[in-house]
Design a protein around this ligand. Sequence first.
Ligand SMILES: [Ca+2]
Length: 84
Amino acid sequence: MYDLWNDNGKCPPELMQQVQIQLTIPADFNRDFVVDIVDLAQFCANWLATECVEPNDCGRTDLIDDGTVNGLDFAEFAKYWLWP
Ligand SMILES: [Ca+2]
């Protein structure tokens, strides 16, 4: 068994499958993988905005997707503060 292993390249690692995933953080509005003061500034700039219908309306700050940027969104934003 050893000779079979030794004579056939000693079973080098072989890539069997590869997967790519895109990591997004809901409150990371500028997509720099940190939820910080820059994101808070963007959130504040959209504070009390209404008619946030499309996903990119209101700079994606309508985190709970109810069409307005308000305290409920801030509560959601706070969950991610200083993430990671
Ligand atoms: Ca950010």
